[in-house]
Design a protein around this ligand. Structure first.
Ligand SMILES: NC(=O)c1ccc[n+]([C@@H]2O[C@H](COP(=O)([O-])OP(=O)(O)OC[C@H]3O[C@@H](n4cnc5c(N)ncnc54)[C@H](O)[C@@H]3O)[C@@H](O)[C@H]2O)c1
Length: 321
């Protein structure tokens, strides 16, 4: 019983690997350690969180390499977290999203199908709600009007997984993550961007003039959701389901910045900017479905979580903040 975790050197992947190992689970990871953000952070993260996991340097686009890995490891379950992430980057680097999120996803689906993987759990995103979003976002809402290519690839993943469930009986579960944060997080996202800037006395860019609300979800709550979903493959026909994994309590950007200022012990220099193309003004998860299916219940507020991010930034980045 070996679980394959893709994107194992990524933010969510490394925590998932750590949690699986803590349960005594056999885990093999893969990651291409790309330079969307500093690969050194990925290496340091792995060393800190899941140094005992065998993580192969492999790209999802390498079909032969991926097939050889499946031959060698014979995973019974796959947790697929590797992707080209980020909304804004998808405006300038569309091909990275097609390569990793579409071609890479098909490569993985094919191997799951042909090698008898019992359950594929894969990352989707709150961004799939796009122009149809009405808070709180429930899984029954339309997801066919994305606001970015990133969101379009995540919505496409859900369609592709559904197709494989329908045609081949592949058990698959898609998880729509809502703005995940924590120590060792993503340096391209607001929690780290803002924490580092405030600590260093640099200005922060506040989009849509601060009129934004985000459902920030603590990493440990997300990991609990991933493992809960893994343990509960769909019994439906076809055996594919999607779930929101969010905090269900959206936070005003100004309050979010206030918590960082308090933790950093200094005020933020705010530069107000218009709305960024592709972004969402508000995200808010309806988590009733995940709660009913596997008891998902996030418990961490930003007042508890964000100071830990600021403290980690201070320690990890130090003078480089
Ligand atoms: N963090 C969030 O708030 C959030 C929100 C919604 C969805 N997601 C999704 O969750 C998943 C994990 O996100 P994360 O925040 O940990 O991102 P991350 O960028 O830290 O992790 C993704 C990892 O995948 C690897 N990777 C990318 N393309 C690859 C490829 N072609 N082959 C092999 N490895 C590849 C990267 O090197 C990286 O280490 C992603 O699918 C992302 O789209 C994240």
């Amino acid at each position: 019983m070996t679980i394959l975790v893709t994107g194992a050197a990524g933010f969510i992947g490394s925590y998932v690997c750590r949690a699986l190992r803590a349960r005594g689970q056999a885990v093999v990871g893969l990651d291409n350690y790309n330079d969307y953000y500093e690969p050194q952070l990925k290496r340091d993260r792995v060393a800190a969180l899941c140094a005992d996991v065998d993580i192969r340097a492999l790209d999802l686009g390498d079909r032969d390499g991926l097939a050889a890995l499946f031959d060698e490891v014979a995973p019974t379950q796959v947790i697929h977290l590797a992707a080209q992430a980020g909304v804004r980057y998808s405006l300038t680097h569309p091909h990275a999203y097609v390569d990793s999120n579409l071609v890479g996803f098909v490569n993985l689906l094919e191997l799951c199908r042909h090698r008898g993987v019992q359950h594929l759990v894969y990352a989707s995103s709150s961004s799939v709600y796009g122009d149809s979003a009405v808070a709180p976002f429930s899984e029954d809402q339309r997801v066919d009007r994305p606001r970015s290519l990133y969101a379009a690839t995540k919505a496409a993943n859900e369609l592709m997984a559904h197709t494989y469930a329908h045609l081949y009986g592949l058990h698959a579960t898609g998880l729509r993550f809502f703005t995940v944060y924590g120590p060792w997080g993503r340096p391209d996202m607001a929690p780290l961007l803002f924490s580092r800037a405030v600590l260093a006395g640099r200005p922060i860019e506040v989009f849509n003039h601060g009129r934004m609300r985000r459902d920030f979800t603590w990493i440990d709550d997300i990991v609990a959701g991933v493992l809960g979903a893994l343990a509960h493959p769909a019994q439906d026909d076809p055996p594919h389901r999607v779930f929101n994994l969010g905090n269900h309590t959206p936070v005003e950007l100004e309050r979010f910045i206030g918590v960082i200022e308090a933790a950093a012990g200094q005020p933020a220099e705010k530069v107000y900017k218009p709305m960024q193309p592709g972004d969402m003004v508000e995200t808010m998860a309806d988590t009733a479905r995940a709660k009913a299916a596997f008891g998902f219940e996030p418990t961490t507020s930003i007042e508890t979580g964000l100071p830990q991010v600021v403290a980690w930034c201070r320690e990890y980045f130090g003078a480089r903040a």
